[in-house]
Design a protein around this ligand. Structure first.
Ligand SMILES: Cc1cc2nc3c(=O)[nH]c(=O)nc-3n(C[C@H](O)[C@H](O)[C@H](O)COP(=O)(O)OP(=O)(O)OC[C@H]3O[C@@H](n4cnc5c(N)ncnc54)[C@H](O)[C@@H]3O)c2cc1C
Length: 359
């Protein structure tokens, strides 16, 4: 049996491990964060994402940890309703909760935390631990995220560029606000464009809020302190609809996360020799698509299928890339269109555009 190493235990690496586990294929997964570090944002999962997850986890367990959204309501920043749309099976869940569920099925002997793995060299085509010792592997599945260092080592000419949008994401406990927003996905847009505030209910007492901003007009520093972020948010949102300004004022900022967004100018091949890329490591998607998680799940499902069907690993990788790349290209295109819309003044944006890319 071939030795499979997976680098990165985000949604793509963990879902890959779950699919391999299901097919009794041996693997080992390496992750640089601490086991209990489940920080992060939340995801919108369209119906397709739920279907792919249901192959590996119990739907009821999933549904207990998040919330189905009923309606998308788009507002101006002053609270005027601009558009409404019913949502069909769109689910929201925190990243921490989904990571925790996906980790449950993985035996502890098959996962190593707190090790940052790197690529040893082109000739050996292998991996190494931080102390330089080699990791034995016949097949390497790289799932180390959008700024993948292994990908950069292999595709040295790639251009990873910063997108003209950053996101501030926060999950807070507040029963009153959770009750007020019901199961709606509320998104407020500044009339001048380039600034939004989204609110989603995760459970009876938890909400996720996020702000998307044009980083040329609204400058924030990745290194800035929580206090500075808080002051900045108060200042930017103080004149907004009272629901937004109240949330911004009353939130705890201890879990706030600032995400700079990146994309590849051109996609790389999804594999080289014995190394294959999945999830954001293969194709960073800008958040406007809301397809990062679903795409990661489809990547791991498809790759597992071909690894089980094909004796020849290269052929399995080739079929995986052939199947997945065209769909990813559509999401990349849609993401760029949604980004352009976001930067325009509100009266020039298309009405009723869901913040989700469908193929
Ligand atoms: C602000 C924001 C909002 C988003 N919203 C949505 C949404 O609504 N819906 C949606 O579907 N998607 C969303 N996404 C995208 C989604 O988060 C990702 O596409 C998805 O989680 C797949 O990620 P991944 O597992 O490929 O990578 P990651 O989640 O980045 O995981 C990579 C893992 O690899 C580990 N790692 C990195 N380097 C190494 C190394 N050298 N050695 C060992 N471990 C390493 C990291 O610690 C991490 O755990 C959003 C992304 C952002 C930034």
């Amino acid at each position: 049996m071939k030795n499979i190493a997976i680098v990165g235990a985000g949604i793509s690496g963990l879902s890959m491990a779950n699919y391999l586990e299901k097919h009794n294929i041996d693997y080992h997964i390496y992750e640089r964060r601490k086991e209990n570090d489940l920080a992060g944002h939340g995801f919108l999962l369209p119906q397709e994402g739920i279907e792919f997850l249901s192959h590996i986890i119990d739907k009821n367990t999933l549904f207990k940890q998040g919330n189905f959204l009923k309606k998308y309501i788009q507002y101006s920043h002053t609270g005027k309703v601009i558009a409404e749309k019913d949502l069909n099976d769109v689910f929201v869940i925190s990243r921490g909760a989904l990571i925790e569920i996906l980790t449950r099925n993985i035996p502890s002997s098959k996962i190593t935390y707190e090790k940052t793995i790197s690529f040893s060299d082109q000739e050996k085509g292998g991996l190494k631990y931080p102390d330089g010792s080699d990791i034995e592997s016949d097949i390497i599945i790289v799932s180390d995220g959008s700024r993948s260092r292994i990908r950069k080592e292999i595709f040295k000419d790639e251009i990873l560029r910063s997108v003209r949008e950053n996101e501030m994401v926060n999950i807070i406990k507040n029963k009153d606000i959770a009750a007020r927003i019901e199961n709606n996905f509320m998104k407020f847009h500044h009339l001048d464009g380039g600034l939004t505030f989204g609110i989603l209910k995760l459970s009876d007492d938890k909400i996720l809020w996020y702000s998307q901003f044009d980083n040329e007009r609204y400058k924030t520093d990745k290194e800035c302190s929580i206090e500075n972020i808080k002051d900045y948010m108060f200042e930017v949102f103080k004149e907004w609809d009272p629901l937004v300004s109240t949330i911004v004022r009353e939130s705890s900022y201890k879990n706030i996360h600032l995400w700079p967004v990146y994309e590849l100018e051109t996609l790389n091949p999804f594999y080289r020799d014995n190394i294959v890329f999945i999830g954001d490591a293969a194709h960073p998607l800008i958040p406007f698509t809301s397809q990062g998680v679903t795409s990661a799940l489809k990547d791991s499902f498809t790759l597992t299928r071909y690894l089980t069907e094909e004796k020849n690993t290269t052929e399995a990788f080739r079929k995986y890339e052939r199947e997945r790349k065209p769909e990813i290209q559509v999401h990349i295109q849609n993401g760029r269109i949604l980004l352009d819309q976001f930067l325009l003044p509100l009266d020039q944006q298309k009405k009723n555009t869901l913040p989700i890319s469908y193929k």
